[in-house]
Design a protein around this ligand. Sequence first.
Ligand SMILES: Cc1cc2nc3c(=O)[nH]c(=O)nc-3n(C[C@H](O)[C@H](O)[C@H](O)COP(=O)(O)OP(=O)(O)OC[C@H]3O[C@@H](n4cnc5c(N)ncnc54)[C@H](O)[C@@H]3O)c2cc1C
Length: 301
Amino acid sequence: MPLSPEQTAEIEELRSTPQPTLRATVPGMEAHLYKAHDVLDHGFVRVIDYMGDDAAICQAARVSYGKGTKSVQNDTGLIRYLMRHWHSTPFEMCEIKLHVKLPVFVARQWIRHRTANVNEYSARYSILDREFYIPAPEHINAQSTVNNQGRGGLLEGEEAARVLEYLKADSTRAYDHYEEMISQDGQDGLARELARMNLPANIYTQWYWKVDLHNLFHFLRLRADAHAQYEIRVYAEEICKIVADWVPAAYGAFEDYRLGGANLSATAIDCIRRIVKGEVVTQETSGMSKGEWREFEGVIG
Ligand SMILES: Cc1cc2nc3c(=O)[nH]c(=O)nc-3n(C[C@H](O)[C@H](O)[C@H](O)COP(=O)(O)OP(=O)(O)OC[C@H]3O[C@@H](n4cnc5c(N)ncnc54)[C@H](O)[C@@H]3O)c2cc1C
């Protein structure tokens, strides 16, 4: 269950008691506030709070000469300029606080992004729920044969069924033992902080995650990328939709320059110039390694 009945009641109460404010608000973001967006089989992402908007980015960028927002067109142009030239601090003026429920193995990748503030559910203090990520059959893949850090084609037939069965049975068995060990029914009961070591990495955890927009974009560029692991990418993609509603101009620039853009080496740019002049450039004459050339071909199509 993505949300507990208590959490659902809390959201309904929060959404039914709006408060007037003089702060900048964004209608698209107000619509997201507190609501949970389902991700994977038991996970979610929801916005708890946010600060700033596209205008706040421009206001910060223009502070040096004391002029605030001019027009939407100017703001969009300025934001695109800032993004293009890596003038990043104005984006740090916007902040977002998310409540995320995610499998522990996804949390391990996520927590590597050190530039956020995190507060996680305590499995020393509380008892974890019996909720495990079990991939849908269309996400049970074989090891990739070309990329050690990725997955290949779908597992099928008896092998796929057996894998799913192991994942479900092992999770259930580990949780049964966890429950049995912490039980104080007729025994002392093992401390929760010790019993949790028996739980598998597909169990769900939860945290509050607060980050500024510049560092959020960095996270999204890495984790919404097609090469990111599917299970973290779906969270990043959900956050992308939220950010698009929050700061449409900044998200548009990010989508154009970072998500859809590419970094090219001096050698790659030289190859493009040679190709434009009509030269037939091959990997052997490019000055690039086979791997670089493959990626370069991916960029120029
Ligand atoms: C496809 C992929 C594969 C990966 N594979 C592995 C792997 O095999 N093993 C592994 O361990 N990790 C792996 N990672 C994690 C990766 O190395 C980074 O730790 C992670 O992406 C977070 O990036 P970051 O440090 O830039 O982000 P953040 O921690 O958010 O930092 C943002 C930026 O702040 C600066 N910064 C933050 N803290 C410091 C600091 N202490 N010192 C200097 N500068 C700092 C850096 O400029 C950094 O880029 C992988 C990531 C991806 C996307």
